[in-house]
Design a protein around this ligand. Structure first.
Ligand code: DQQ
Length: 576
């Protein structure tokens, strides 16, 4: 019996199974729209395996974007996602639905929500789930109505005794929130998971903009059906444009365990995340929520806006977190879009993956979140190779042999004996990505660049380096982390960015940790124990399957020691 069949048995289910611009590209909610490719008549394009992932979540075929409404119910995790059932580009959006017992192996069910009623006839867009007292899940989602307005709807399971919650009902008293006259009806979407206040009132936030001010409008309800807009938004920031997919949740000040959205108190802080349509990155602040006035005030250590903290400094968008009561943790899902061409997506027959779900908690320094792949992922590790106390002198590069380098999990502890050779940091270098592009991974530095060369071809014509470089600033040291896709593929016409972020870390231990999940066309990296995360999508032509290689390298004058490196071949998960 193979693993997927076993999974089906364990889960106990069935078989595995507007804007037309003369045919040119138009943009809606910054999803690029290709009208002629949205609904392919010949729906049986062969699914190309090259670049498909082995252990990331993706549908069997076609287009996927945002994760929607994840929650846990009666032993089963539910994940919904924005999906085009008719093609590999954005369009015809439904809420596809998959279920899992471990967040890694997934079974796909029929779509939970599809456009069918006047209040969502032009699309079932993003939203969230809230599990009401008595274990009653409710979905809040954005419907594009018959007048092309963005309205908020709810949907409930048809049969609560079905743990798979296959059937969902969209009652006729929808929409439950309309934009009204004050809100821009084409910028009003993505309701958050609701939270319950001390006075028994429910609250949710909806992403929007007023002129160029990004808004998280607050709505209140006594019964989850009748919602009233609060006079003041929960939060807003001028000149940040449309806020998509807002997420708002408490985190404990100290400790890793997660909390339900409704928890408040002096022992928690709150996190507000928004997806900025203008930059297509996600920013969050850590702050204080005042439940009586419904104000959220970011701490003065959290920059509010474009210079703020990001969940991920790479390709990660429209994320959504949920509280997992089974393991008492907060889990974060995020969409990693393709960065190849639309023609490539159509010929692959699919587009879009979800990043590996991450546990998130507050850094003990109180200033930022930490993120780490959920522990269930480790069950896919099988063959391990190790390196212990290996010195890397300037220019040294060692191949890590003996694992499937195209589908691997790598953890490294680097150490250095001194920071004396760290180069001077120019205070004008506020853009980490620009600094990384300037220095790259090959030019000699002082302390670094050192790190991993992932998805490398035999003669290094192709490689994606994930690395650190440490600089000396006036008061402290500055750690730069990069995931540089510029040499990732010999193919032209791909988006090959140099993603980068700074790592706010205490270097007194003289150690730096790096973990990279490598999965054919994605590299997800966690620097400094999850302080800075970067996801890159890459499409090598030579470094594929058995021809992919993994190296550890140092191009700085300071000798770097690999104190420990564990690299595992990863088994494939059973995904949809
Ligand atoms: N994607 C959805 C919207 C959301 C955007 C449409 C974010 O609801 O704002 O597919 O990627």
């Amino acid at each position: 019996m193979n693993f997927c069949t076993l999974l089906s048995l364990l889960l106990g289910f069935f078989s595995c199974s507007l804007f037309v611009n003369n045919g040119l590209v138009a943009v809606q909610a910054l999803h690029k729209v290709y009208p002629e490719l949205q609904s392919l008549e010949n729906n049986d394009t062969e699914i190309k395996q090259l670049y498909r992932t082995g252990f990331h979540f993706q549908p069997h075929r076609h287009w996927m974007n945002d994760p929607n409404g994840p929650f846990y119910f009666k032993g089963i995790y539910h994940l919904f996602y924005q999906y085009n059932p008719e093609g590999a580009v954005w369009g015809n959006i439904v809420w596809a639905h998959s279920v899992s017992r471990d967040l890694i192996n997934w079974k796909s069910l029929k779509p939970a929500l599809s456009p069918s009623k006047p209040f969502d006839i032009n699309g079932c867009w993003s939203g969230s789930a809230t599990v009401l007292p008595g274990f009653k899940p409710v979905i809040l989602y954005t419907g594009i109505d018959s007048q092309n307005r963005q309205v908020q709807n709810y949907a409930i399971p048809a049969n609560l005794s079905d743990p798979l919650l296959i059937e969902w009902v969209k009652p006729d008293n929808n929409p439950i929130v309309e934009p009204g006259t004050e809100v821009n009806a084409s910028a009003f979407r993505d309701p958050s998971t609701a939270w319950l206040s001390f006075n028994g009132h429910w609250k949710t936030i909806i992403g929007s903009r007023s002129e160029q001010t990004g808004m998280a409008y607050l709505y209140r309800s006594k019964d989850f059906l009748n919602w009233t807009k609060a006079e003041q938004p929960l939060h807003s920031v001028p000149n940040t444009g449309m806020w998509e997919c807002p997420d708002f949740y408490p985190v404990v000040r100290f400790g890793r365990f997660g909390l339900d959205a409704s928890v408040t108190g002096n022992w928690v802080k709150h996190v507000l995340k928004v997806s900025l349509d203008l930059t297509r990155y996600e920013y969050y602040t850590v702050g204080k929520y005042y439940p009586t006035t419904d104000k959220y005030v970011p701490d003065n250590t959290s920059a509010d806006g474009w210079n703020g903290l990001r969940y991920d400094y790479g390709n990660f968008y429209a994320s959504k977190s949920f509280y997992d009561p089974m393991r008492k943790r907060r889990v974060l899902w995020g969409w990693a879009n393709e960065s190849d061409s639309v023609q490539d997506d159509v010929s692959k027959g699919w587009a879009g993956i979800q990043a590996i779900p991450r546990t998130v908690w507050l850094d003990p320094n109180g200033k930022q979140l930490l993120q780490w792949p959920i522990m269930e992922l480790n069950r896919l590790r099988w063959k391990r190779v190790m390196m212990i106390h290996q010195e890397l002198v300037k220019g040294q590069n060692i191949e890590i042999k003996g694992i499937t380098a195209a589908q691997a999990d790598v953890e490294v502890i680097f150490s250095f004996s001194s920071l004396d050779k760290a180069e001077a940091f120019d205070p004008s270098w506020v853009d980490a990505q620009a600094v990384c592009s300037q220095f790259g991974s090959t030019a000699q530095g002082g302390v670094g660049p050192f790190g991993l060369l992932t998805l490398a071809s035999e003669n290094l014509e192709e490689f994606t380096p994930v690395f650190f470089r440490i600089f000396k600033a006036e008061q402290n040291h500055v750690v730069l982390m990069c995931s540089d896709a510029r040499s990732s593929s010999l193919k032209d016409g791909l988006y090959k960015p140099t993603f980068a972020g700074f790592v706010d870390i205490d270097l007194s231990s003289k150690k730096l940790l790096l973990r990279s999940l490598i999965d054919h066309s994605v590299i997800e990296s966690f620097g400094g124990g999850g302080k800075t995360c970067i996801t890159s999508r890459v499409y090598p032509t030579k470094a594929v399957f058995e021809d992919a290689h993994l190296h550890v390298f140092n191009n700085g004058t300071e000798t770097i020691t690999v104190e420990y490196l564990g690299a595992w071949s990863m088994r494939s998960a059973c995904v949809n």
